[in-house]
Write a protein that binds this ligand. Sequence first.
Ligand SMILES: N[C@@H](CCC(=O)N[C@@H](CS)C(=O)NCC(=O)O)C(=O)O
Length: 203
Amino acid sequence: MKLYGAPNPAPNPRRVRIFLAEKGVSIPETFVDMRKREHKAPAFREKNPAGQIPLLELDDGRVLSETVAICRYLESLHPDPPMFGRDPFESAEIEMWIRRVELMMMVPVGMFWRHAHPFTASLLTQYKDFGESNRERTAEAMTWFDRQLQDRPFIAGEAYTMADICALTTVDFADFIGLPIPETAETLRGWHARVTARPSAKA
Ligand SMILES: N[C@@H](CCC(=O)N[C@@H](CS)C(=O)NCC(=O)O)C(=O)O
């Protein structure tokens, strides 16, 4: 198997690396040069028509993209320690939290990145006001997650899961582009310190 990814702070390839580090599994990774737009080149689009990374290529040539789908496949090959729950209810609960992280937090972070950040200015027509409006949406989402974490150590409950990996990479990328965790979100800050202290966070 082979992964196509990119170095940090690209959040999605990092999710797969953290996931693998938690499992103690290593898969060779080729970095796609996003500045040279290699992920949009025809050869790469043949593997993933969406022109995005990460991508997992199996030895028989089959490919999977979409970070969570890749990790779900790897989870079935390497079930321990479980990152998607231990029973059907936990698995669905973790899915619920992953969707909340992606839709409530990653969407405004991504929109700020595309529409307000100078690094992406040459890639599309930016709607700056819309982009900037996502600064507040992101802070609101982080504040919402801060409240949810009041009664549990990790995003989906008592155990560290894929939902934490998705949230950590989102929060770190948000910080990189100028959207830090609000000062008032102390519980989210505590969670962030806890998950950052895990060796896998360096992946
Ligand atoms: N929904 C995809 C998102 C992947 C994604 O947005 N990857 C970024 C790099 S972190 C990318 O390829 N961006 C280029 C683009 O979207 O055109 C996933 O979960 O894997």
